[in-house]
Ligand binder design. Structure first.
Ligand code: SF4
Length: 357
């Protein structure tokens, strides 16, 4: 039996993982305080807090081994973070988007054009432009930014919750779809295959507007992908089977078996313990560093109060200073990235996830 999402209730108070002070020099497990009716799988209940000696040094791990690095090989995908404001506040949002978080302010179409110019000037060979937020359609210049990328011939991937902010832009979106539809993909976040599971993450009354937005995208011929979280109480095969049933029910032409069209992200919690990734890990895990997201992509962000945007290593670490690689793409592509964050280990190397289409 899985989690009872209805009993768990909506939003941020669904569970609390309360760090406890270390005792007798030992790392303690977090005290997991479920609300009535909430059930955890064993792995979650057994999770320990991150050892504070880990992820300190970009060169060496806590055990003194050489930390893994990723050398950029190309800029296949350039992401733009359009700003962290969002119309909803989701449980455990990795970027903490909300109606109040403007730590990353709105990019403008002029900002985007400068980076597209740099791609061309430096012949970076980029094929795909991604837009993420926050909710990208909160940004008033979102249709202009999409148009700038599409008109220059890029494939464009937009991450959206398909709710009201997107539905306010249907005229502009219809025009872009008509003109450039073959190169445009809309990836909609649906946090669970049930209304209860989705609303436990995204808040009450978030399911019907998302399905309405998905319905509009399908009816108007957009290429649709779905992004979700891997439910902790299901295997990946079970989750995909549940999504397949949902897609059939709502008439969404999405192949739930295809990890590209239904992306299931592992849960990201930087407070929980995870092994550090050493140079030896590539061979042991049979992973090619070139397959990790920061080998082939970067993201442009604009911090509140900053004079101009900067380029960060990836979509997952927009706030962490060591992952800020400066204002230019060319400069950002000269710098290897030290895998010095729990997300590098859990999400990219051990979880094997990618944010691209
Ligand atoms: S989180 Fe992943 S993509 Fe980002 S820097 Fe770490 S390994 Fe690279």
């Amino acid at each position: 039996m899985g989690p009872d999402y209805k009993a768990a209730g909506p939003g941020r108070n669904r569970t609390r993982i309360r760090p406890q002070p270390p005792e007798h020099g030992k790392l303690k497990r977090p005290a997991i305080v479920p609300r009535k009716g909430w059930r955890f799988n064993d792995a979650m209940a057994a999770a320990a807090l991150l050892d504070p000696s880990k992820f300190r040094d970009p060169v060496l791990t806590a055990r003194g081994e050489r930390r893994a690095h990723v050398v950029p090989t190309a800029l296949e995908t350039l992401w733009f973070n359009t700003g962290t404001l969002c119309n909803v506040t989701c449980e455990n949002c990795y970027i903490e988007s909300s109606p109040r978080n403007d730590r990353l302010v709105y990019l403008t179409a002029a900002d985007v054009a400068l980076y597209l110019d740099e791609i061309e000037r430096e012949r970076l060979g980029t094929r795909e432009i991604g837009f993420t937020g926050g909710e990208p359609f909160m940004n008033p210049e979102m249709p202009a930014m999409m148009a700038a990328a599409l008109e220059r011939g890029y494939r464009v991937l937009v991450l959206t919750n398909a709710m009201r902010p997107m539905m306010r832009r249907t005229d502009a979106l219809t025009a872009l779809q008509r003109e450039h539809g073959a190169r445009l993909t809309m990836r909609v976040s649906l946090d669970h295959h049930t209304k209860g599971g989705h609303e436990a993450m995204r808040g009450p009354r978030s399911w019907a507007p998302a399905l309405k937005g998905i319905g509009w995208l399908v009816t108007n011929g957009f290429t649709l992908h779905i992004a979700s979280r891997q439910p902790p109480d299901e295997s990946e095969a079970e989750a995909r089977a549940h999504f397949a049933r949902l897609f059939a029910e709502i008439g969404a032409p999405v192949d739930a078996r295809d990890p590209r069209t239904l992306v299931l992200f592992p849960e990201m919690d930087a407070r929980l313990d995870v092994p550090e990734i050493t140079e030896q890990c590539w061979g042991i895990l049979k992973r090619d560093p070139a397959s990790v997201m920061c080998a082939t992509s970067r993201m442009v962000v604009k911090r509140k109060g900053a004079a101009r945007p900067s380029v960060v290593a990836c979509t997952l670490l927009p706030y962490d200073k060591p992952f800020d690689l400066g204002p230019s793409l060319a400069g950002a592509l000269r710098r290897p990235v030290a895998l010095n964050h729990p997300h590098c280990a859990r999400f990219c190397v051990l979880g094997g996830a990618s944010c691209s289409a």
